[in-house]
Write a protein that binds this ligand. Structure first.
Ligand code: IVH
Length: 686
């Protein structure tokens, strides 16, 4: 070996050492942002990459592993303000598999260690993206709630945990062990998260980056009243200290027992035989992910048999008997290339981010919403910035935050255009309002197009076959200026359009004809009055009974309708004052659009479901808003959480904790068929 080569190798070793140290520093910093501040700077995928690089380097250079390396421990320091709880049974973490291959390797390892040839039974459940919690029950009473902390010492969050509706303060039954520590995840449902952020946005406050941060931020509040106001919930997935040896012989059976004690357990829990079944569970959950009302970042497989678990034991910080098979990350980093402005039906001019394409949650994302100018300013987003993009469920991808230290020198500020990018009319942003609007009204083709698309949409006039592209063409060619023009279209005009044969033209004419028979509520929704959504349209229709009565109502009269305040009343009255709108309505009726008109609605107390309180849960076959509107129209109240005051819980597929709670409280449970019957015969006995 030449001296030259020798020094090369020494240099290489020094490089590795330096890289390892740099990685540890970075990871520690991001741990602190994530666990202590609840304010991560980088997406989990980036964090995982750093961790994996460190793990790889340490695997090749085990002599460089130190006890304080982030690979050697679980989480963060507890906050000073909360009391400290020592976990007698440590709260460990899980090893990850990022591919089918890695899961097969895990299974091979398990079978080898157990010495089994045949398939192993695994308990499978979603990996919830919230925060781990340990609940201590003594003689069936909740005495302590603690966060994971560093796995050995966590924070005492008992007061906060007690505010979470789905966590029983006292266990059901009487057979429980004297000491029972339940381990599980506290998380925030997507719907609650959206509501919370919308409210924060409205009040000009800081929004949460994702439901996980919102859950963590809500649980680790020194003031439990704040926690109580946040929509948190809980699923149990294991146990810690027990005063008996075990609850049952398998994980799945133990979970069933916890469920009987009144603890919510994931309805997705399944026992699977062998790794191939695990892989198809992973695929099925990935497909189902978007439809769940809570975020999951993978699935967890646990060897079901507890004797086998014992045999497998632990390595440093994770059990050998369990693994998290992760999904593609829902957050990623990319660069904001440009901002374009879109004009909506109501003239709202909204910024859309054009991004360097990036894969998020398994889909390539090129555009994201920026909401409005206030959001852009609050987040200090500039063109050229490296941004954190998030895409979860079926929501539009959004830019969560900027990495300021990656801002290039030539980053450009984003400015609201003075002129509408579509029609050139002036754009105004009223003082104190977040939304800027084009003043072009129906003169603006963008507003015209959106108004017509809305008019034709399924829940409005339901004109089948009149899709967005077709509306664009009709407006661009000058064939349609307003919704009433649709009913004057001829077959000749239609067949002259792109991709429109004789048959589709006839189909469209037939659909237009069919749409003429409608309801007052649909019509009111279709004509696109600001702030009049489906529910308001239904209330209006029911309250007034006829279009004429609504047209003649002044703002004061309108405000007597439940849920209509001064702003909406002003929009409604203003709409009918416009001669242009009156003209369109006249032409629509002349074309044959009609609906049964009736008497004004009965008084609220005369409605068949007056005073009844409903909660909807699980996956229902129709949009919740639709069911909610129908129930409300019959006088019912629809609320988000189950309490003693709830009369009915309507349960769809895979209901969650609300179902459990309803059962606990002995509330009447309706399936969809039962609901249908009730809606059809609301006066029947109930
Ligand atoms: S079992 C001994 N099951 O993932 C390990 N964990 O990376 C016990 N998590 O700290 C964990 N869903 O907060 C388990 N169904 C599930 C889970 C789950 C989410 C979290 C948990 C844990 C982390 C481990």
């Amino acid at each position: 070996m030449t001296p030259h080569k020798g020094s090369d190798r020494a240099g290489e070793a020094a490089d590795v050492r330096q890289r390892i140290e740099a990685l540890r520093k970075l990871i520690n910093y991001h741990n602190y942002r994530y666990y202590v501040l609840d304010d991560p700077e980088i997406p989990d995928s980036e964090y995982d990459r750093l961790m994996r690089e460190l793990e790889r380097l340490e695997a090749v250079h085990p002599e460089l592993i130190t006890p304080d390396s982030p690979t050697q421990r679980v989480g963060a320091e507890p906050l000073k303000e909360f009391g400290e709880v020592r976990h007698k049974v440590p709260m460990l973490s899980l090893a990850n598999a990022f591919s089918d291959e890695e899961l097969r390797e895990f299974d091979a390892r398990v079978r080898k260690l157990l010495g089994t040839k045949g398939p192993v039974a695994y308990a499978a459940e979603p990996k919830l993206d919230g925060l781990a919690i340990s609940l201590r029950y003594e003689k069936g009473v909740l005495v302590q709630g603690a966060t994971r902390g560093d796995g050995y010492r966590g924070e005492d969050v008992t007061a906060n945990v007690r505010t979470i509706d789905t966590i029983p303060l006292r266990l059901l039954g009487g057979e429980w062990p004297e000491v029972l520590e339940v381990r599980g995840e506290v998380f925030m449902p997507r719907s609650g998260f959206c509501r919370l952020n919308e409210e924060a946005r409205r009040r000009g406050e800081k929004t949460f980056a994702n439901p996980r941060n919102a859950a963590a931020g809500s649980l680790r509040q020194l003031d439990p009243r704040i926690t109580a106001s946040r929509p948190l919930t809980f699923f149990a997935y294991g146990w810690g200290e027990l005063s008996v040896e075990r609850l049952a012989d398998t994980h799945s059976e133990s979970m069933r027992i916890l469920r009987d004690y009144g603890l919510p357990v994931s309805p997705e829990l399944q026992v699977l035989e062998g790794v191939e079944a695990c892989l198809s569970y992973h695929r099925a959950m990935l497909e189902k992910r978007e439809r769940l009302d809570y975020e999951i970042d993978g699935v967890v497989f646990k060897v079901d048999d507890l004797d086998a678990q014992e045999k497998l034991g632990y390595v440093s910080r994770a059990p050998r008997w369990a693994i998290a098979h992760k999904f593609p990350a829902e957050e990623a980093l990319t660069v904001l290339r440009d901002v374009e402005w879109q004009v909506g039906r109501t003239g709202a001019v909204t910024p859309v981010a054009r991004l360097e394409p990036v894969e998020v949650g398994g889909v390539v994302v090129k555009n994201a919403t920026l909401h409005n100018m206030d959001e852009i300013e609050k987040k200090d987003i500039r063109i050229g910035d490296t941004v954190y993009v998030r895409r979860a469920g079926d929501v539009i991808p959004e830019i969560v935050r900027v990495l300021l230290d990656r801002r290039p020198a030539d980053a450009r500020r984003i400015r609201l255009p003075k002129k509408c990018p579509v029609c050139g009319s002036e754009v105004i942003k009223p003082e104190g309002e977040a939304i800027a609007r084009c003043t072009g009204g129906l003169f603006c083709p963008a507003q015209r197009k959106e108004a017509i698309k809305h008019f034709a949409s399924r829940r409005a006039m339901d004109i089948e076959g009149l899709g967005d592209k077709l509306v664009d063409q009709l407006v661009d060619k000058g064939l349609v200026h307003d919704p009433a023009d649709l009913y004057a279209l001829t077959k000749e005009q239609l067949t002259g359009l792109e991709r429109m044969g004789e048959k589709s033209a006839q189909n469209l004419l037939d659909a237009l004809e069919r749409s003429k028979e409608t309801t007052l509520a649909r019509f009111l929704y279709a004509i696109g009055i600001r702030e009049v959504g489906e529910a308001t349209a239904q209330t209006l229709a029911r309250h007034f009974g006829s279009l004429q009565a609504i047209e003649q109502a002044d703002e004061e009269t309108l405000q007597q309708v439940p849920d209509i305040g001064p702003v909406v009343a002003a929009y409604i009255a203003g709409f009918f004052r416009q001669p242009h709108n009156q003209e369109v309505i006249r032409r629509l009726r002349e074309a044959g659009v009609h609906w049964p008109e009736g008497e004004p609605a009965p008084k609220p107390e005369e409605l068949p479901l007056h005073g009844r309180s409903f909660v909807l849960t699980g996956a229902l076959s129709r949009p919740r808003e639709e069911i909610k509107a129908e129930l409300q129209a019959l006088g019912a109240k629809v609320t988000g959480s189950v309490s003693k005051k709830t009369d009915y819980v309507v349960v769809g597929e895979n209901p969650g904790s609300k179902y459990d709670k309803a059962r606990q409280l002995g509330i009447t449970i309706l399936d969809e068929a039962g609901l249908k019957k009730l809606l059809e015969e609301p006066d029947g006995r109930h």
